[in-house]
Design a protein around this ligand. Structure first.
Ligand code: ADP
Ligand code: ASP
Ligand code: MG
Length: 417
């Protein structure tokens, strides 16, 4: 079994869906499981629906209508026959969504978020599965919620590996092509959960692990893993081969081409990960596999935008020590704020954090009771792996550096954006 993951960028319009067909025709589709994300920017559009729902905005239904229309255009471009059952299946998913927003009684933001946001993947896989069937590539659509079981940490669910393994083992492997959703799962009450934004890569790794797959390929709009995000750095170069370790480091520091949770399950079973271009599927791309000698020789640049640099000092000028630090980290954990860099001095403690779940204001109030809190919002965290003087110069030039940290392989700086 091979696992292929197609992300939002690869299925953002009808041409993208047709290209998925072409990729499969080019590279083969025997014994393959496709994991597919929501089309284009659908997940962001559904986040607007969620916002409208909680703000009781009169735009709620029109924001759902916008998403229906976007998908309907893709359907019209792919299926001439408007009586084709795909139209009914897609409509049914959107009707479920409207029924949910009309009838839901739960005030739990994260629960509601997951029930709404998951429609994107359900719809995209429905469209791709029908389109492939229509084009002669017979496949079976799987509802991933019957296979990936999680706890009920909505928006950031943890996989129950034992149950997931059991359920995935029951898949009848005689069928040779499967299509399923990335990003989503279900808790023990069968409510939909999600694995965190951009989590479809992780879904591919979960299936690969549980099926003992031969490989995972994630198909991207870039030629593979580059030494920098081409959106922010000129002259990025392709890394042909990297070790799991290197890929884990890059993803951890924020190279958004691979979701950070993807690599550990693959590394455990030594399943290779290929990152390839969906535009040029025959090119080799990047291969991520075992071997310490695969480290890239080039410097790798990673940037995380919209970070917050928080500095804490004690109100009475006492030291910030183990006791305080453990309390501070307990709070970061409680408010689900991800710490990306730490710097400590005698009376002040600085951290660069990412506020994915918009909890910083609440945390700030709690911290202010015990500490003097100062902070800079909208800072950027630059990381250079395998840095040298020239690569450091590239990043530091013309920037207002707030924090700088150097270890043997890694240079990190926090700058005002
Ligand atoms: P998907 O369609 O699978 O969701 P993403 O848009 O999440 O794909 O990931 C692909 C994007 O990741 C690229 O377009 C690129 O801008 C960005 N990216 C960030 N870091 C890197 C890197 N080191 N190498 C390649 N692409 C990168
Ligand atoms: N559709 C989800 C997101 O945009 C998951 C993914 O694309 O990986 O976050
Ligand atoms: Mg993505």
């Amino acid at each position: 079994m091979k696992i292929f993951k197609f992300g939002g960028a690869s299925v953002k319009d009808a041409a993208g869906v047709k290209n998925v067909l072409q990729v499969l025709q080019t590279v083969g589709h025997e014994d393959v499981l496709l994991v597919i994300s929501a089309m284009g920017k659908t997940t962001n559009a559904l986040e607007i629906v969620i916002k409208n729902y909680f703000e009781k905005s009169k735009e709620l239904y029109s924001s759902i209508q916008d998403i229906r229309k976007y998908h309907n255009q893709i359907l019209l471009d792919l299926f001439e026959d408007e009586e084709h059952e795909v139209y009914f299946d897609v409509t049914a998913h959107f009707d479920d969504l409207e029924y949910f927003v009309r009838s839901n009684k739960s005030p739990n933001y994260s629960f509601v978020y997951d029930q709404i946001i998951s429609i994107g993947e359900l719809v995209s896989t429905t469209i791709v599965s029908h389109y492939l069937n229509e084009s002669g590539i017979t496949n079976q659509w799987l509802d991933v919620r019957n296979f990936i079981k999680t706890d009920n940490t909505y928006r950031d669910a943890n996989v129950n590996w034992e149950q997931t393994q059991k359920l995935i083992s029951k898949i009848n492997r005689k069928k040779s092509l499967f299509v399923t959703q990335g990003f989503i799962g279900a808790d023990e009450n069968n409510f939909t959960t999600t694995l965190g934004r951009e989590g479809s890569d992780y879904t591919a790794a979960i299936f690969a692990y549980c099926m003992g797959a031969e490989s995972v390929t994630i198909w991207k709009d870039v030629p593979g893993v580059l030494n920098a995000d081409p959106r922010y750095f000129e002259n990025a170069v392709l890394l042909n081969q990297i070790s799991y370790r290197e890929a884990i480091e890059l993803a951890f520091y924020g190279a958004s081409v691979i979701h950070p949770k993807t690599l550990q399950p693959l590394q455990k079973k030594e399943i290779p990960l290929y990152v390839k271009s969906f535009v040029n599927p025959t090119l080799p791309g990047t291969s991520v596999s075992k071997g310490a000698d695969l480290e890239p020789k080039t410097s790798c640049f990673i940037v995380k935008k919209n970070q917050i640099l928080i500095s804490l000092s004690s109100i009475d000028f006492s030291f910030i020590m183990e006791e305080n630090i453990s309390e501070i980290f307990g709070l970061f954990h409680k408010y689900k704020i991800k710490v990306s860099l730490i710097q400590n001095s005698a009376i002040s403690f600085s951290v660069c954090v990412e506020d994915k779940f918009e909890k910083f204001n609440e945390l700030k109030t709690v911290l202010s009771k015990k500490f003097k809190v100062s902070y800079n919002e909208n800072v950027s965290l630059y990381t250079i792996r395998h840095f040298d003087a020239a690569s450091a110069e590239v990043v530091e030039k013309d920037k207002n550096v707030l924090v700088k940290q150097i270890s043997r392989e890694t240079l990190q700086i926090v700058t005002q954006q």
